[in-house]
Design a protein around this ligand. Structure first.
Ligand code: ATP
Ligand code: MG
Length: 328
């Protein structure tokens, strides 16, 4: 039997998960779980790049485990662990930081976007090194496939460059990881079709939102500004609510599209329909979530087990790194 390929993918514990995470990454993690050996990392060090206040990290990490498991990640097959609990991440990060120039990191479009969106005046050394730490996260487990949203593709490219550079310098230890995108790799937020749904932008529908919250949030969703009255013709291609229908109401898309274009379907009605749809789709998730929230001991056990398995894997790779580099 051939060895199952390894997946490594993670998220920052900066808040509860939203629909963008689900359709951009998490669904792929769950779908590929049988075929690949998955490792799922809670990037708690990475959370510090944009917020030095660490007081929310632990709670957010627990919340994220709940979200992942409720969405279908099986922690027995797929270890879940915190980056900060596997010390090898910091060591590999340091070694990798010698293999990439500061100029290359300054050109990274993902960090440029973050600096713009968060109005960061002077970027820290650690934030600039975000993709270097991410390369260490992936390659410590010899991750070959990285299921992520579109915004993360430039980071995976940097991980590939670092792997190539290491292998050329010291001999082949690492695979060159590849990003894996879903059909909805950039789900827009509620504030416009051009903006990505994001935890920090406050434009998201959370997987844990209750039906009334889903409805209230969708009422505020930005639609086609030219469709003012119910019977005005609309342009679904520029409407984020239509994007949500494409993903969550596949059987009704053509009817919604023609209704919007002809003016027969008004925005209020269209939003009500997607709110009802999302309420249904997320119902099993909310149930499973409530069950896990009532049993915090399960979450602690999942992390303790995942961290132990991740450490063992990480140590093996660092052994190979040390011998390739003739360190110690
Ligand atoms: P933050 O605002 O704190 O950066 P975020 O919402 O961007 O949070 P991340 O933790 O940066 O979330 O992303 C986790 C994963 O989810 C990444 O693979 C990312 O590409 C994916 N992702 C996040 N938002 C979306 C989205 N709107 N559409 C598709 N994928 C997304
Ligand atoms: Mg992000």
């Amino acid at each position: 039997m051939t060895r199952a390929k390894t997946i490594l993918s993670g998220m920052r514990p900066t808040g509860k998960l939203h629909l963008g995470h689900l359709v951009g990454a998490l669904e792929n993690w769950v779908a590929l779980q049988g075929e690949y050996a998955n490792y799922h990392l809670i990037a708690d060090y990475h959370a510090l790049t944009t917020d030095l206040d660490s007081s929310g990290i632990e709670g957010n990490s627990f919340d994220m485990v709940i979200d992942w498991v409720a969405a279908g990640i099986d922690p027995v097959r797929s270890p879940i662990f915190r980056q900060s609990q596997v010390k090898e991440h910091t060591e590999l990060h340091l070694l990798f930081s010698m293999l990439i120039t500061a100029a290359r990191l300054e050109r990274n479009p993902a960090v440029k976007d973050q600096v713009r969106d968060l109005h960061i005046e002077n970027i820290t050394y650690g934030h600039l090194g975000y993709p270097v730490l991410q390369a260490a996260d992936i390659l410590l487990y010899k991750g070959e496939l990285v299921p992520v949203g579109e915004d993360q593709v430039p980071h995976v490219e940097i991980a590939r460059e670092i792997a190539r550079r290491f292998n050329a310098q010291y001999g082949t230890v690492f695979p060159e990881p590849e990003p894996k995108l879903t059909r909805f790799a950039r789900l827009p937020g509620l504030d416009g079709v051009d903006r990505k749904m994001s935890k920090s932008a406050g434009n998201s529908i959370l997987l844990s939102d209750q039906p009334d919250q889903i409805q209230a949030k969708l009422r505020t969703a930005v639609t086609d500004p030219q469709k003012v009255r119910r019977n005005d013709p609309g342009r679904p291609e520029i409407c984020l609510v239509f994007k949500y229908h494409q993903r969550f109401s596949p059987g009704e898309v053509s009817e919604i599209e023609s209704g919007c274009r002809s003016g027969a379907l008004g925005c209020v009605e269209c939003k009500k329909r997607i709110a009802a749809r999302l309420t249904d789709v997320l119902a099993p998730f909310r149930e499973k979530r409530a069950e896990l929230e009532a049993n915090p001991g399960i979450i602690r056990d999942i992390l303790a087990d995942g961290e132990q398995r991740a450490r063992a894997r990480a140590r093996m790779t660092m052994g190979e790194v040390h011998s390739a580099m003739k360190l110690g």
